[in-house]
Design a protein around this ligand. Sequence first.
Ligand SMILES: Cc1ncc(COP(=O)(O)O)c(C=O)c1O
Length: 378
Amino acid sequence: MKKKYEPAFNKTVPITEPTLPDPEKLIGKYKKIITSGMLTNASTVKKFEENVARYLGVKHAVALNSCTSGLILMMKVLELKGEVILPSFTFHATAHAVVWNGLTPVFVDCDPKNYNIDPKQVEKAITPKTSAILAVHLFGNPANVEALEKIAKKHKLRLIFDAAHAFGSKYRGKHVGGFGDGESFSLSPTKLLTAGEGGIVATNNKALAEKLKIARNYGDSGNYDCEFSGFNARMSELNALIGIESLKILEKNVKRRNKIAELYKFKLSRMAGIEFQQIDPANRSTFKDFSIYIDENKFGMSRDELYNRLLAENIIVKKYFYPPVHKQKAFLQIRTYNDNLKNTVRITDRVVSLPLYSHIDIKTVNKICEVIGRLSLG
Ligand SMILES: Cc1ncc(COP(=O)(O)O)c(C=O)c1O
């Protein structure tokens, strides 16, 4: 009888898991919120916003029900018109936020080394209709902020960051959060800072923060006479409480992820045909995701084959982000500045994200690397 295939792991290794605060610290506080009867629009959300603003070193933080809401509403209150330049190598929510505002997304290519939007391509894509640049700190790796700020200033464009992956990232020693007009973070469970679900916009622009607070309440400042169309994008008190406690363990988690990423790089860089997203040594990534690039000729198998083989070993891996947004059905009709986006297409065809979460143990990481090494030898 043929022997049953024994995968490397009996128990599935997830791609990610939230590292959550001690539930004991939450229970008493939950009780307090519930007995108060104030489940929304109350002091816990306010406290979360204050704590986040202090941590990031920004003047304002506005809590929302998601990062996508933050992006949609930021573009709405900035009254953008026409075209918005953004990367195609991102999670599709970045582009949905543009479309929901009736704006035209103009996708440009990424830098082949750091995978973030390429400032040179951004500048080439500017037309008289361009009103903003929407950059992403991909996988937590800070975008080229300085070059983007220069371009935005020169061409009088708004600059917004999709910072979904980047709570805890640093650009040249400064926390991501204070750059451009505003930055929108995601607090969903796959992120380092989580509120269960949620988002938070950081900004130094007081008028923008005040308008966002109205926008998250349907565009109603409280007198039922709406100034513009918003929607319900409020964060509940219960979510804010998880956010407050999660913020207390964030630094530890960012540092641990950086250690694990170093270990992965140390082990995998000895194998032929594996390359990594480059992080400028002056910056800090959160490593929301740890992605490897597979050069099929040198590695001995394609990304897709490696992906399937790792799944068969009970190692959950993801093709983040494939297909790139400009090739997804919802966006096929939409113009890209230059059709080929050759770096984006090449890289998204070849990258795969490995399991990484703040409490993953070293033994698991070592074993994943051993499995990859074995597969590469054929
Ligand atoms: C780059 C990027 N932007 C936006 C989002 C959307 O975040 P949310 O689910 O909080 O709306 C995500 C979600 O993971 C993301 O990866």
